[in-house]
Design a protein around this ligand. Sequence first.
Ligand code: HSE
Length: 432
Amino acid sequence: MINVGIVGFGTVGTGTARILVNNRGLLRERTGVDINLRRIADLDTRRDRGIKLPKGTLTKDAGSLINDPEIDIIVELVGGTTFAKDLMLRAIAAGKHVVTANKALLATHGNEIFSAARKAGVEVGFEASVAGGIPIIKVVREGLVANRIRAIYGIINGTTNYILTKMTDEGAEFSEVLKEAQRLGYAEADPTYDIEGIDSAHKLAILASLAYGARYSVKDVYAEGISWISPMDIDFARELGYKLKLLAIAKEVGGKIELRVHPTMVPEEYLISKVDGVYNAIYVEGDAVGSTLYYGRGAGDMPTGSAVVSDIAEIARGISDKTAGRAAGRQSLSGKKNLMKMDDVMSMYYFRFSALDKPGVLSKISGILGKHHISIVSVIQKGRHASKAVPLVVLTHRAREKDVTRAVREINRLPVVVGKTVFIRVEGKEED
Ligand code: HSE
């Protein structure tokens, strides 16, 4: 029998416990190992989570799980990067295998945790840290191991996808929909992590580390959020044949790795454009396999619990086969990071200028764009006001980020341009 201790009996802890209890027989059939949920630690031991647990399972003392010689696997589901880090390191030092859903912890202190695990010869399971129930860690690490990964494009934050979907479908303002997402419990404890793209950046750093063989941290990811997106930009995107999504992008371009999270206009016919609400999806392109796409629930008690239990089952099997711990050092992440600077990233762009509707305005703007090597594909102007600003939308061919930021700075200084220029990166094939 393999004994498991869970620390953190919140949303994901509850889902994990429910699966371990309800599917114990099924897991035994599938793995050949009996997995027993021995202890759960949480400060709140009173609230009824609707799971039948033997008396004495619950405790307030997380340390007692680490000190319990019978426990083989500690599952960290408290979140955050302070207590959780300490707990993981203590569990590892005590020779326990560990499983976590904590993307912030791994994307910030991954190095320390993985090297401690390597030294101690224990496993670190983290399937649940990216895209909840979608087994994307196994996909990138195992299923696609034969491939040089060309690109990863992910919708890996359910809260922002929910907000953008509602804004698209109902023309609602960002702040209104955020409140609703918080009420429904999708957002992180601090919703800044969701809406400023930081949660997606954590997850992208974890995926990129597996895909490109170096230990990327959240600091290596350029992140831009969605709080400044207006329904007007979503409408223009639609008119131009695009959906607006918060994409996490990892790409190898000329031997350099681009890591970026930002609102992106995606052609509406792409499958990933059809991923709505709290759902997540990840597109992975490999040199051998070509295009692949993975879709599912990226958050919530049972989907995330499904991923946590998959790690527990794999480790339990390993313990029983006496192979657990060997995988800890199997994956080499010692490669060079070779990061592409954001300034050097090439992309197509959408601009929305707020310009006075006067003769010669467009030529002034296009003159500055041309001077910075930015070539225009199409222009839309809406409304007519002799004295008021109107939105002027410009779609461009591929341009360099550095040129774009310089051009925007110059255009914002034109007397005929009132209000800040909005620019959004555009994905898709360049038209001939
Ligand atoms: N806040 C995250 C999301 C939860 O919205 O996707 C899952 O990591």
